[in-house]
Design a protein around this ligand. Structure first.
Ligand code: OOB
Length: 549
């Protein structure tokens, strides 16, 4: 794959013929995120850009803060193309930090607040990060303790920067300085890294350029008809691709609207904010949507400003989908997207049936979709198959992952999503399962192999296989089948072991089953299908037999 000289090594990019086509079509416009904010600050100086807690920043203020912090980062020694792991929750500082990094061409690696030392240590090491940005405390957790562990593991990490009380580290508030000349990143350069949900031993880093990501943001804002009167409630963790860009907070800033940051997605926190700020649009994962639907029946808050509820990240049941309009009085928009690129939306003027039964259609006329069987042959129209995609905002490869890229992409550059889909006659997608070895726990992605590797590190574990169990609330939960070495350890000891290894809480198995052997497939691989079926059978047996008294 071609790699221009200014391009960060290890980031596959589009072949020149495709890049030329995407530029000619007007998708890639040569604008960077730093320039976007500058332009919006000129157009909408006094409009409110961000509301978070008791902070309200106008576009002008956000722009000035980004400039001052950009100068501060440069003074600290952070340079263009340096990687900076950013693990901030839904706070105003998120915007100041990422736009400052965009402006100097340093590259945020967007970690989730739930990540712990296993994940963060890996991101810092793999990306050779020079800095790590954290809150002091959030959700009852002290991120400075985590930073101290990461520091020990990764000596190359030069700076820990804290939004809040810094303790032994550098306070974010101590950095801003008089703005000066800034480097000028190019729009075709990588702007940041998203994280892949993954299906392998370690999460993969997804390099996104200014050009490609801004196109997806701009087109998403158009599809969602955003304008300066739009008010977006950011209830999901802001660094995830969905609330960040589909159209999310960046779509809102592109359109000159207002972002309202919710510290938590629960109705207790979100509903008063919707009422107070007259929120027009928000995004949830299916389990949260169901909690909202139940809570909204009480009608204790005025939610009448809400025009659109987006739901995505995992499959929303048709039943729940049907309840959105009658209960919340707003349009449902299903969103089927991935941090690697492709995002599908149902459109506001679609027939209700299409909205409640499909996961939408792609953003771009140049998103290419292929639905194929195991041998990469296209299935008949309307049949279930694996989704492959290529297009103007879908990556051509993960960061420094050559061997994996050879499997995750076809030779002609299509990304293997691992999702099983069928196409409706209207060209809409219905997601119906997956082939990737991943558990989708209510939108949070768990790579089976990653958890298995951590389990295998326990001395009493001979072998481990992690599979999904169906769950009424989360859609799926995780179950670890373990072949013990000698006496099985207590389940609590095993999960405590994983926590101590620094694994994010959402990856800790919900259930552990000890077995003597794993069922095998014809070619002698562990049959996860049989393991899942064994769980379904034992659940059915439990409900069928009368409960012991
Ligand atoms: C979003 O991004 P990721 O990277 O966390 O996860 C992508 C995967 C997809 O490949 C698919 O397996 C699943 O999440 N997924 C859905 C879905 N939306 C995502 N499965 C069924 N129905 C849906 N509506 O999850 C993401 C990124 C941007 C926008 C929305 C979601």
């Amino acid at each position: 794959m071609t790699s221009p000289a200014h391009h960060l090594p290890g980031c596959p990019t589009w072949p020149e013929a495709f890049a030329a086509r995407y530029r000619a079509a007007g998708y890639w416009r040569g604008e960077t995120f730093g320039q976007l904010l500058r332009e919006r600050a000129r157009l909408h100086a006094e409009r409110t850009a961000v509301v978070a807690g008791d902070q309200r920043w106008s576009y002008r203020e956000l722009d000035e803060r980004a400039d001052r912090l950009a100068a501060g980062f440069l003074a600290l020694g952070i340079q263009p193309r340096d990687r900076v792991v950013v693990q901030l929750p839904n706070v105003a500082a998120f915007f100041e930090v990422v736009f400052a990094l965009f402006r100097i061409g340093a590259l945020p690696v967007f970690a989730l607040p739930a990540h712990r030392s296993a994940e963060i240590g890996y991101f810092c090491e793999h990306a050779e990060a020079v800095a790590y940005v954290i809150p002091d405390r959030h959700g009852g957790f002290d991120y400075r303790t985590l930073a101290a562990q990461v520091r020990e593991k990764v000596p190359g990490l030069k700076h820990v920067i804290v939004a809040g009380n810094a303790g032994p580290f550098t306070a974010l508030s101590s950095l801003p300085t008089e703005p000066g000349a800034l480097p000028e990143p190019r729009a075709s350069d990588v702007a940041f890294f998203q994280l892949s949900g993954g299906s392998t031993g370690v999460p993969k880093l997804i390099p996104r350029t200014h050009d490609d990501y801004l196109y997806s943001v701009r087109a998403s804002a158009d599809i969602c008809q955003l304008d300066t009167s739009s008010v977006y409630l950011c209830a999901l963790p802001v660094s995830h691709n969905f609330p960040l860009s589909s159209p999310g907070v960046l779509g809102i800033l592109h359109a000159g609207g207002t972002v309202v940051m919710a510290s938590h997605a629960s109705p207790d926190v979100a509903f008063p904010l919707i009422e107070r700020e007259r929120v027009t649009l928000t995004a949830l994962v299916p389990p949260l949507a169901m909690v909202w639907l139940d809570a909204a029946k009480a009608r204790r808050h005025d939610l009448s400003s809400l025009r659109v509820l987006q739901v995505g990240g995992a499959r929303l049941s048709n039943e729940a989908a049907r309840r959105v309009r009658p209960t919340l009085g707003c349009t449902l928009q299903q969103v089927f997207g991935m941090a690697e690129g492709l995002v599908n939306y149902t459109r506001f003027d679609d027939a209700e049936e299409l909205i409640v039964t499909t996961q939408g259609c792609p953003i771009s006329p140049d998103d290419e979709l292929r639905v194929v069987d195991e041998d990469d042959r296209e299935v008949a129209p309307g049949e279930l198959g694996q989704l492959l995609t290529r297009g103007p905002y879908t990556i051509r490869g993960y960061y420094k992952a050559e061997a994996h890229n050879a499997r995750a992409f076809t030779s002609d550059g299509f990304y293997r999503t691992g999702d099983l889909v069928r196409l409706t006659p209207e060209g809409y997608l219905v997601v119906d399962g997956r082939v990737k070895d991943q558990i989708n726990r209510g939108g949070e992605k768990v790579a089976a192999e990653e958890v298995e590797n951590h389990l295998l590190a326990h001395p009493a574990v001979h072998d481990a296989a992690v599979v999904a169990i169906p769950d009424a609330f989360l859609g799926e939960r995780t179950c670890a089948f373990v072949i013990p070495r000698g006496t099985p350890p207590a389940t609590t000891a095993l999960t405590a072991f994983l926590r101590e290894r620094g694994l994010a809480a959402f990856k800790i198995p919900d259930r552990v089953e000890f077995v003597d052997a794993f069922p095998q497939t014809g070619v002698g691989k562990v049959s996860k299908k049989s393991l899942r079926e064994a769980l379904t059978r034992s659940a059915a047996a439990k409900t069928a037999s009368p409960s012991p008294r």
